[in-house]
Design a protein around this ligand. Sequence first.
Ligand code: NAD
Length: 300
Amino acid sequence: MYGKVLICDPVDNVMTDKLKDKFEIDYKPKISPQELLEVIKDYDVVVVRSRTKITKDVISNGKKLKIIARAGIGVDNIDTDYAEEKHIKVVYAPGSSTESVVEITLAMMVIGARSLYKGMENTRKNDFTKLKGIELEGKTLGILGFGRIGKAIVDASRTFKMKFIAYDPMPVEYPEYVKKVSLDELMEQSDVISINVTMRKDSPYILNDNELSKLKEGVIIVNTSRARAINGKDMLKYLKNGKISAFVSDVFWNEPAKEEYEMEMLKLDNVMITPHLGAQTKEAQKRIAIMTADNIINEW
Ligand code: NAD
């Protein structure tokens, strides 16, 4: 046996199948933060999704820890700086859920444009009132964060015959049908904005009042990356005054919400939130589990 693995969140069985010949595995998908702090000292590898936080205290108590494996994308629930200081490897599964996130993003764009959510809510009450929306065709889709998912969203939404602009501070490549713009230009020109950025634990908000004030009247904002890309308190004003016609998001600042501004936001008709479902497909979960197991075996 190589070592002991603690799996802290629900993962596809294929992960344990791949690891079981080499590692002793404890599967505790509902482990509490307190229990994690107490038991982490016994493990060489810890596997988490987004629920479990690997804090400085967890890392300090993990005297044998060699690998922290994020079964998914986005390591903002892990204190990566402290892990590095302690020479603990942090691995994740880039690209493993791109297709699933792209599909949910396209659905969210259409939901935002066509009041589908409100319409479905109404018909549950046998209210068949017609609701008018807008077409996506001919509109400008602004991608904030032109990485794997951002690029794949553009490719998938070409069928809508939209115009594409994108902002990314890193030197990424842009196909000829995507115009590279500044953040201000993205705010000013987009009819629909899709947020697809990576955020670290301590990344500052990207969109504050200053940026939000430049938005086009009636813009639709879709976020399938991280809520902290936007200052939620600043955004509330633009949701209430209708400048943002729809905010459709798979991510929230606290999941579940607990701050007053979050509670207020959840009650607005133009706010539609899903409970972090982006990577929640059988296919993505299988790919994530395979890639995570391979990461652990390769890094051991
Ligand atoms: P990626 O690393 O390939 O691309 C992210 C891009 O964001 C990079 O090009 C980076 O330069 C850019 N970026 C970083 N800071 C920025 C800023 N301030 N302004 C503009 N661009 C910025 O990552 P990806 O695989 O495309 O994933 C994107 C996001 O989607 C991640 O945050 C990930 O956590 C999230 N995600 C969410 C779900 C879900 O369940 N909803 C599932 C998978 C991924």
